[in-house]
Write a protein that binds this ligand. Structure first.
Ligand SMILES: *[C@@H]1O[C@H](CO)[C@@H](O)[C@H](O)[C@H]1NC(C)=O
Ligand SMILES: *[C@@H]1O[C@H](CO)[C@@H](O)[C@H](O)[C@H]1NC(C)=O
Length: 353
């Protein structure tokens, strides 16, 4: 990431080695003053008067600026942890450079339609802010996935988005509006696209679900990395992940299962039917997904005033994902509950009441 090198440079003044340099400069200055005979017979109090600004300057440099550098590093989304910057900037430190390896890698593919520009704008903010907070133990990438574009304006506006954000995957093997094979096409495309640099888990997500990434990462982090199928069990009344399948709102598969789906005859031969139900069917026929986890009720539907099924739940502090956010008021309700805007500082530029 481009921002990592400037922040590393900014950390340099914090390194131990530099401290000596500044002491050296100070005594050089002192010596120079003596050499030029500027103040050969100063009283103690006058000397203090002369040295005071210098001491302040040094103090400012060591104690005020480093804080500012830290702050800048914290605000820069892709900056490495402060300790990594310090360690790598000073070869004199005995310990090896601290490079924090992510616990696992997760790809979230949001299956959506090209025309839903406004929803993508919202989702980019929702996931971008969570990723920028920089406290996730995992490496998470979010991509927006469509079938082939079918309108002239899309063929300009989507490239514009790709230029600006670079987070779009356009699948070649499916058509939008036909309820056929988008999930299969997505999973098999991903297996090929990322074959050289695989993820640990691939998640399929709807565009009307809000995932809280810290909670999701914590939950997935505790799972086996192989032969793993994770989500919210269907039917809604069931808590048994081996009974049928995981709801299409958002489920994760370990990389080996994604590869298996991409290459197995089982998936290719059973590609007609309700998308997410098929995923469960393939795994059942293939005897795959020995490790399964039902994340209900933490992954749940938005609760209607009169609930229609047991997939619905009110927002909880432990919520990992909430689905059926079909309108901006519902998104606002969820984002407010989960404190997404709580960090906003007061300013003369806006007022909300
Ligand atoms: C898939 O279909 C082909 C062609 O009909 C058949 O030869 C093959 O045995 C099937 N494989 C599975 C695993 O169902
Ligand atoms: C949101 O912030 C409030 C106030 O700090 C806190 O009481 C509440 O638990 C937070 N909600 C969640 C879901 O974290």
């Amino acid at each position: 990431m481009p921002s990592s090198s400037p922040s590393r440079n900014l950390h340099k003044p914090m390194g131990n080695g530099k401290l000596g340099d500044h002491h050296q400069q100070l005594s050089n200055l002192h010596a120079a003053m003596k050499r030029h005979g500027g103040f050969p017979r100063l009283s103690a109090s006058s000397t203090a008067l002369v040295l005071l600004p210098l001491v302040l300057l040094v103090f400012t440099f060591f104690f005020v600026y480093p804080r500012e550098f830290e702050l800048q590093a914290m605000m820069s989304a892709c900056a490495p942890p402060a300790t990594a910057g310090v360690a790598s900037s000073s070869s004199r430190l005995a310990e090896p450079a601290v490079v924090r390896k992510p616990d696992f890698r997760l790809l979230i593919g949001v299956l959506t339609r090209a025309d839903l520009y406004e929803r993508r704008h919202l989702l980019r903010m929702v996931y971008g802010l969570q990723l920028a907070s920089g406290d996730l133990a995992a490496h998470v990438d979010v991509r927006f996935v469509f079938c082939r574009l079918y309108k002239d304006d899309q063929r300009v506006l989507v490239p514009l988005e790709i230029l600006a954000h670079g987070d779009v995957i356009v699948l070649d093997g499916c058509e939008e509006n036909l309820n056929g094979g988008k999930t299969y096409t997505f999973l098999s495309a991903v297996a090929e696209l990322y074959a050289d640099d695989p993820y640990d888990y691939v998640m399929k997500a709807d565009d009307d679900i809000l995932f809280r990434l810290p909670q999701l990462v914590e939950s997935l982090g505790a799972m086996p990395r192989e032969d793993m199928y994770y989500g919210a069990t269907i039917p809604c009344s069931s808590m048994d992940p081996f009974r049928e399948y995981m709801a299409g709102m958002g489920y994760a598969l370990s990389w080996d299962l994604v590869e298996w789906i991409a290459t197995s005859d089982v998936a290719r031969n059973h590609s007609v039917g309700t998308e997410d139900m098929l995923t469960g069917k393939w795994l059942r026929i293939g005897g795959k997904g020995k490790n399964r986890f039902n994340a209900k009720p933490a992954i749940h539907d938005y609760r209607n005033p009169v609930p229609v099924d047991q997939c619905e739940h009110e927002f909880m502090p432990s919520t990992i994902g909430v689905h059926r956010l079909k309108s901006n008021p519902r998104w606002a309700e969820a984002l407010k509950y989960f404190n997404f805007t709580a960090g906003l500082k007061s300013s003369k530029f806006y007022k909300f009441d």
